[in-house]
Structures are given as structure tokens and as C-alpha cells.
Design a protein around this ligand. Sequence first.
Ligand SMILES: Nc1ncnc2c1ncn2[C@@H]1O[C@H](COP(=O)(O)OP(=O)(O)O)[C@@H](O)[C@H]1O
Ligand SMILES: CC(C)(COP(=O)(O)O)[C@@H](O)C(=O)O
Length: 299
Amino acid sequence: MSDPDDRPTQVGSDAGDGDRPPTAFVPAHVTGFFTAEPANDPTKAGSTGAGLALSDGVTVRVEPATPGTYEVLLDREPMDIEAPKRVLQALRVDGARVYARSEVPLASGFGVSGALALGTALCANAVFDGELSENELVTVAHGAEVQAGTGLGDVVAQARGGVPVRLEPGAPAEGVMDGIPARSRVEYVTLGELSTAEVLSGDTEELTHAGERALSALVQEPTLPRFVRASRRFAREAGLLTDRVRDVVLDVSEADGSGAMAMLGETVFALGTGLSDAGHDPSVCRVHPTGAHLTLDGW
Ligand SMILES: Nc1ncnc2c1ncn2[C@@H]1O[C@H](COP(=O)(O)OP(=O)(O)O)[C@@H](O)[C@H]1O
Ligand SMILES: CC(C)(COP(=O)(O)O)[C@@H](O)C(=O)O
């Protein structure tokens, strides 16, 4: 787990021993395909679909700050990211600073905003002596992410880990999850950003139909190769494939590999050595076996 902040630690509260403040690790989550399922109640809103939780992810720490101020520093840069700020407000934290380190790029299909929301919920509950359960914190983070418009299913997937399949949308009390019982090395290459909020606020009917077809195919054969094939087809049918992503996905296929586009970003992911076999220079990680977790007092 990387340290979200290089400065000497200074969070002193009942939750920690003063030397080791609560720290959360949240796996990145690459969605292969999804449907958009809006609802007025943010616990019911969300998406169905499937993706990979990655061993690369986001490490988060939260500290008290001047009352009324909410600041998010991502890799030491102050960033205007709504979801974690909404989490702090929902938890009635009056002033906090979020320090985060990310191993994956923002706005490129890795669910960084969802990871910040979930990591902030886990840490803030510990630092400010909250008394919420894991499902309650996932619900707060999911609601914040949905209301910010920056994601629909990343938070519940990141809380689960592995290869989450979202059969029904929504927070833990509403959604239904399954998973593909398999693990793999994962390679990825990011070519550029895509705004999730822009896609989600547009017409999502076509992509939702494509997502429903992909989910039926995967449920019939819940394997990793089928997941990547369904994802490749989804990107094409949903009209989300960019030229640059298509070219790299084709390179992987031509080298007998299996790759697809990460939703929603200009990112290509591949199982095994798919991208390196095709001559690209990918980042390498693996499927993360578990979900987001908190480390308290170094344990
Ligand atoms: N420089 C930036 N580039 C992209 N997004 C940014 C930037 N600064 C802040 N943001 C915010 O970060 C969030 C990115 O969310 P999203 O596109 O869903 O990314 P991800 O796929 O990593 O979750 C949005 O709230 C956006 O407004
Ligand atoms: C695909 C997306 C709607 C957005 O993902 P990201 O751009 O990574 O925030 C995700 O939340 C999902 O529901 O599967």
C-alpha cells in the first residue's frame, strides 16, 4: 500500500495510535460493460455490468481541517472532485482534508472518483469516531458517487473485489452481485480521458441495451474470456469505442490476445500478456482478490 502523504503523520484520535492514522486501500475497477439504471433514490440507482477489481488502486487518508473546509489532494495536487466531498458532508464531518495516492490515472475508466468516495467514507468513519457498518459506508459512498454523476457501479464493485458481476443495480441493500471465480494478470494502456459525467448525462438507451445483451451472455458462461469478448462487443455496439482504442484492441487480437476498452476512459485492458505480446508497453497488475479495506494502527 503506498503512503497517501509523505509528511509526518499527525492524526491523533481514538481510532489510531497517533503514529499510524487509518488508511484505506481501494482497488481500481475497470468496467467492461454496463447498463445505466437511474432512480430518484440514489441507493436504488446504479448500473448492472461486469468489471475487474485491480491490485493497482487508490490509497486514502483523512485528517480533520478547519471547520467548513473540504479539500481533496490527489497525488499532492488539490483537485475539485465532488464524490469524496459529498461523502464528508453526508457523514456530517465539519472540515476535513483527504490525502490520496493513485496508481491509476483519473478520468480514464478506473473508478478513481468512486475509490476516493469509498476510501474517504472508510477513513472518515474511523477518524471521526463514526459508528457506521461497512455496508452503511458503502451506501454513503455509492450515493455520493451517483449524485456527483461520476459513476454508477464502481463503488459496490470496489467494495467486493475480484471480478464483480452486478446483476441488479444499487447500494448493498438493493443491488445483487455475483462474480467470476477466476483471477488473472491484467495489463492496461491509457491513451486519454473520457468524462463519465458527460456520457451518463446524455442518452444512455443504446448503451443500456448493449449492456443487457452483454450481461446475458456472461451469465450463461461466467468466465474471463467471455467477459472480455462481451466487453469488446459492448464497446462497439454502445458506440463508445474511440479510433485510438479500437486500433490497440485490434493489435491485441492480432497477437492472439484478449483485450477490450475500460468504461469510461480511453484505456485498453488485456488479460495475461495481451498488450505486451502486441508490442505495447503496458502497466501490469492483477485482479485484486478482495475489496476495499481499512488499516488501523498498522493492522
Ligand atoms: N484535471 C481533471 N481531469 C479530469 N477530471 C477531473 C480533473 N479535476 C477534477 N476532476 C474531477 O474528477 C472526477 C473524475 O471522475 P470520472 O470521470 O468518473 O473519473 P474516474 O473514471 O477516474 O472515476 C470528476 O468529478 C471531475 O470533475
Ligand atoms: C462505467 C461507469 C458508469 C463509470 O466508470 P468510471 O468512468 O470509471 O467512473 C461505472 O461506474 C459503472 O457503473 O460500471
